[in-house]
Design a protein around this ligand. Structure first.
Ligand code: GLU
Length: 435
């Protein structure tokens, strides 16, 4: 059997949709599984929509997901570039061939292809056999009167030219396939194998559109999701390893993935599940890797720019890591580690307004000043000691102390937090809260 050649053929629209990314991923996985080649072809015949920026969004999304292409435009491709806008002459040649064989004709300045009025069966590797009667199928325009070639033509011509063996694309294209098969036949080219991937639905059962929450890959990039987590989640949108595992390293998916085990049923998109998965991946990263991921967000929030001490930022991340679902929670939750003018929650303010609490904060100051080392263990021992001597519970020191140093009523372990804040900052905040 000829070696596998698959392609992702997006039309630049200004975003990379979750559905498009999943189509790219399944093509890439199939190429990697079979040792074939994954081709990127930009279907940019609609020049009005195909801006450089719209094309860059596709490249950025694919690179971020780690879906490297073997042929196609840009750095990733050894062959190419495959921009349909640069292939006009190739399409013109094919139109001529159809005209001279009599399978196409001119009408009102446009060129139409004679659709065969006979049934066809798509032997789809995912959907099974799908029959189309094609009896009423009108002849399709393949070149408009302004000379521009139409999607059906360019899509088929490029699949022929690029030696595509398997067309793996969204189920929304299933109804185009009888037209495409007729074009392959008329051009005397072998028909590729088809694999139409089921749709992605929202949790409420509607078809996921580009406006739905979580639909844009760009959003995940900007929110500093872990790319491997998003990719892992996309793998499960219509495919599974047939056991209960969900967290799967990509090389294992490459090994197990096959078109025959893509589900026929529609997939459900569940943002909460994706966020959960992101949390699993995030917690497995080192504080350094999380810092690198979150750095742009911290900088944008005015918390830690490029000049910030990486060790401090990583120590802060270490405190939150266990409970973090997404890196973009960090700027909101860790403000008080980076700034002195952090927000104070009403419940924390109420604690700090209580005279008994303020008295306890005053007691903490000399106790912390006299410590040799300002470690979590040392501050904890000091608090327990003070509690014992004053006949109170440790909590009557811990709660106001947390409110005084963070403005919050909850957060990471207090004593570890103090260690990261450092003695100086801790004392300044205790003094000012108890003054
Ligand atoms: N440009 C088409 C799309 O973005 C490609 C369809 C195909 O994969 O054949 O939907």
């Amino acid at each position: 059997m000829a070696s596998v050649r698959v392609r992702f053929a997006p039309s630049p629209t200004g975003m990379l949709h979750v559905g498009g990314a999943r189509t790219a991923l399944f093509n890439w996985l199939y190429a990697r599984h079979t040792g074939g080649r994954f081709i990127l072809r930009i279907e940019d015949t609609d020049r009005a929509r195909s801006t450089d920026e719209a094309v860059a969004i596709i490249f950025d999304g694919l690179r971020w997901l780690g879906l490297d292409w073997d042929e196609g435009p840009g750095v990733g491709g050894s062959l190419g570039p495959y921009f349909q806008s640069q292939r006009t002459e190739i399409y013109a040649g094919y139109v001529d061939r159809l005209l001279s064989s009599g399978t196409a004709y001119e009408a009102d300045g446009a060129i139409r292809f004679r659709m065969p009025k006979s049934p066809c069966i798509i032997r789809d590797l995912i959907c099974g056999d799908v029959r189309f009667d094609r009896l009423e199928e009108p002849d399709i325009v393949i070149r408009r009167s302004d000379g521009s070639p139409v999607f059906h033509l360019v899509n088929v011509v490029d699949d022929i030219e690029m030696g595509i063996t398997h067309v793996i694309r969204g189920e929304d294209h299933l109804s185009n396939t009888p037209k495409h098969m007729a074009l392959f036949e008329a051009l005397g080219a072998p028909i590729p194998q088809y694999a139409h991937i089921p749709l992605i639905l929202n949790p409420n059962g509607s078809k996921m559109s580009k406006r739905d929450e979580g639909a844009s890959i760009g959003e995940y990039i900007r929110s500093a999701f872990v790319p491997e987590a998003v990719r892992n989640y996309l793998c499960l949108l219509g495919w599974s390893p047939k056991d209960d595992r969900e967290i799967l390293p990509i090389d294992e998916v490459e090994r197990l993935f096959d078109l025959g085990n893509v589900n026929r049923a529609n997939a459900r998109f569940d943002l909460r599940k994706l966020v959960w998965m992101n949390g699993q991946y995030l917690r497995a990263l080192s504080p350094r890797a999380i810092r690198e991921l979150a750095q742009p967000l911290l900088a944008a929030a005015g918390l830690a720019d490029a000049s910030a001490d990486p060790a401090h930022t990583e120590a802060v991340i270490g405190l939150f890591r266990e409970k973090l679902q997404r890196a973009d929670e960090l700027p909101g939750r860790a403000v008080y580690f980076f700034k002195d003018d952090y927000p104070v929650e009403p419940d924390a303010a109420a604690r700090l307004a209580d005279p008994a609490n303020r008295e306890n904060l005053r007691l903490l100051v000399p106790a912390f000043e006299s410590l040799g080392e300002f470690t979590a263990a040392a501050t904890e021992a000091a608090v327990r000691d003070l509690a014992a001597k004053s006949g109170q519970k440790a909590a009557t020191f811990i709660h106001p102390c947390r409110a005084a140093v963070s403005g919050c009523t909850a957060g990471p372990s207090l004593f570890h937090m103090l260690e990261v804040l450092g003695r100086e900052t801790t004392l300044i905040r205790l003094r000012s809260a108890s003054a």
